[in-house]
Design a protein around this ligand. Structure first.
Ligand SMILES: *Cc1c(COP(=O)(O)O)cnc(C)c1O
Length: 390
């Protein structure tokens, strides 16, 4: 056991030790942290749906009618009416033939990628893609090639110079989770056509939030038809839990037959499914459009104010607004100072981001108020100046 303690001590010395903070009450704009009310600026509950009355009501009704567990993997006895209803709704929302629900985004990516590619195939992956994509790629045993972040000429060279016996899979985050910038989906779609590749987009941070009707980054970029594998999650903008993949009937049937995280895992419970269904209905309604507009207003206010104060927001184009710091220690000190002032913002360090690019990752919610955000920017400016970051 001393060995484990040693390893932990090394992490502490490197400023990379992590621990969890307990939030009291729901994931709202303001939360109780260690008994104190703070402004939550690091939740992915972008539209504020995590404690929305419509989702809560749907979950409660589903629990009363269907109980609390699905009891098994979907292929054994765990497919319930609500799984089907949610998949039909998701396919309609995404405009695809079919959809399949996974237990989480992590489970989806580690299931989908090995189901689609294996030995003899090649994966082309943006260097800043989410860890679950990396892990899915490793599990697949396909050749894994990372291209520099959003560098389309580098990707073209790699596509042209790599001999591929089998399939090519291009995979990207729609919104990069730690940088808040958008994938160049129009160019990716053109390259996918040119090289006969499959294109997979992970829209964990775009689902419900981006595009005129909330269908995500592919809608925003006008390439919905070009994305073969549209993966997204329901624990972020949709305020619930789980993930989905939307695409052709053949894709979905293949995943039902091959995706191990789907086959060998107890499926999502009724309360979660019903909340997700209510969330899709909500984001696909005028009320959803209002929430997206409010989120966009909050984001613009916050990001513009940070720029005015001299911070580097690392090319953010969405509700994810990083503040570049650099090294781990000042990043965590920045976060601690803000918490002392009543603002909860997480510092992000390796291995989540490359060494030397530590940052505060601020995330906006539709339910933040203008005055809350103005106070946050003031506190960030004060702490940032004290630490010599701006
Ligand atoms: C959060 C996230 C995931 C994982 O989704 P979970 O449902 O939280 O497991 C996958 N991909 C990206 C890009 C994410 O940000």
């Amino acid at each position: 056991m001393n060995e484990l303690r040693e390893e932990l001590n090394v992490l502490r010395q490197q400023g990379l030790f992590r621990s969890m903070r307990v939030i009291g009450g729901p994931q709202a704009g303001r939360v109780i942290l260690d008994g104190r009310e703070v402004l939550l600026l690091c939740s992915n509950n972008y539209l504020g749906l995590a404690d929305h009355p419509a989702l809560k009501e749907a979950a409660i009704r589903a629990v009363e009618r269907y109980g609390v567990s699905s009891g098994a993997s979907r292929l054994v006895s765990g497919t319930m009416e609500l799984h089907e209803a949610l998949e039909v709704r998701l396919a309609a929302f995404k405009g695809t033939e079919s959809a399949l629900v996974f237990n989480s985004g992590y489970a989806a990516n580690t299931g989908i990628i090995p189901a689609l590619v294996g030995k003899g195939d090649v994966i082309f992956s943006d260097r800043l893609n989410h860890a679950s994509i990396v892990d899915g790629a490793l599990l697949s045993r396909a050749k894994y090639i990372r291209y520099p972040h959003k560098d389309m000429s580098a990707l073209r060279r790699l596509l042209a110079s790599t001999d591929v016996a089998g399939r090519r899979l291009i995979v990207t985050d729609g919104v990069f989770s730690m940088d808040g910038d958008l994938a160049p989906l129009t160019e990716l779609a053109a390259l996918k056509r040119e090289y006969g590749a499959l294109l997979m987009v992970d829209d964990a941070h775009g689902t419900g939030v981006l595009g005129p009707t909330g269908r995500g980054s592919a809608e925003l970029c006008g390439v919905v038809e070009e994305v073969d594998v549209q993966m997204g999650t329901m624990g972020k903008g949709l305020g619930s839990c789980g993930a989905y993949v939307a695409g052709s009937r053949n894709l979905i049937e293949l995943l039902v037959n091959k995706a191990r995280s789907f086959i060998f895992s107890t499926s999502l419970p009724p309360g979660v499914l019903a909340a997700s269904l209510a969330a899709v209905d909500l984001v696909d309604s005028p009320a959803g459009a209002d929430l997206r507009r409010q989120l966009a207003r909050n984001t613009a206010l916050f990001r513009d104010s940070l720029h005015d104060a001299g911070f580097n927001t690392m090319g953010s184009e969405t509700q994810i607004v990083p503040i570049f710091v650099g090294e781990a220690e000042p990043t965590m000190e920045f976060s601690r100072r803000l918490l002392a002032e009543g603002f909860f913002v997480q510092g992000i360090r390796p291995p989540t981001v490359p060494a030397g690019s530590c940052r505060l990752r601020c995330t906006l919610m539709a339910t933040h108020t203008e005055s809350q955000l103005e106070r946050a920017v003031t506190a960030i400016g004060k702490a940032g100046r004290a630490l010599g970051i701006t």
